[in-house]
Design a protein. Structure first.
Length: 213
């Protein structure tokens, strides 16, 4: 699996929402990324979207980034940092439904989230905070991921068949049996604008713990 220098993928591994009214028949063309999230560098050739959960009760971008920086590849080199391109909070460490892009998105770097070459190189990794083998994501998280997926699919011409769960491409339970995947995909027919979260949330009180799946 090709990865960035110094890292490998794991073995198996306040309200920010838009208030704008939308038609229930609004199509994908209505979805758009906030202008502030348009990367300052040329966009990567994105071909897919991969959905994950953190498998933890709480977390945020800084805590996941710190945990991933402690990981090392088979050559003993540390990872560059957080493996994902976007993180969606659950109210425990980040605002509920808040979406934050990571340095990988801002710099248009490949991910380290998928466990295979194609989906790391050309797949946008989205991680929702929570363990969805134990409970569903919050209503605000579901709304946020539907809007984010629709906006990304529209911006980069990504078809439904290329929007996958981690478990669809690796032997893992991620993003959990209670993750409402069918609802997220159905939401592509109701794309809407997305409001960006504020950069730099407060650190969580408990560090992100990586686990297989």
């Amino acid at each position: 699996m090709a990865v960035l220098a110094g890292e490998t993928a794991p073995p198996a591994d306040a309200e920010q929402s838009s208030r704008a009214e939308q038609s229930p028949r609004a199509d994908l063309k209505a979805a758009a990324l906030p202008e502030s999230w348009e990367p300052p560098v040329a966009s990567r050739n994105w071909k897919s979207i991969v959905l994950h959960h953190s498998a933890t009760a709480q977390g945020d971008v800084p805590s996941i980034d710190a945990a991933h920086r402690r990981l090392k590849d088979g050559n003993g080199k540390p990872w560059l940092g957080i493996a994902y391109h976007f993180v969606i909070g659950n109210g425990q460490g980040m605002e509920d439904g808040e979406v934050q892009p990571t340095f990988r998105w801002q710099r248009q770097l490949q991910g380290a989230h998928a466990g295979n070459h194609l989906h790391n190189e050309h797949g946008i990794g989205i991680c929702l905070i929570g363990n969805f083998n134990q409970q569903r994501p919050t209503a605000k998280q579901v709304a946020a991921v539907k809007k984010l997926v629709a906006a990304l699919a529209n911006r980069y011409g990504i078809g439904r068949s290329q929007i996958v769960r981690h478990l669809d491409i690796q032997s893992t339970e991620c993003p959990g049996r209670l993750f409402p995947f069918a609802e997220v995909i159905a939401g592509l027919n109701q794309g809407a604008g997305l409001s960006a979260g504020k950069p730099g949330t407060k650190p969580s009180t408990r560090p992100f713990v990586r686990r297989a799946g």
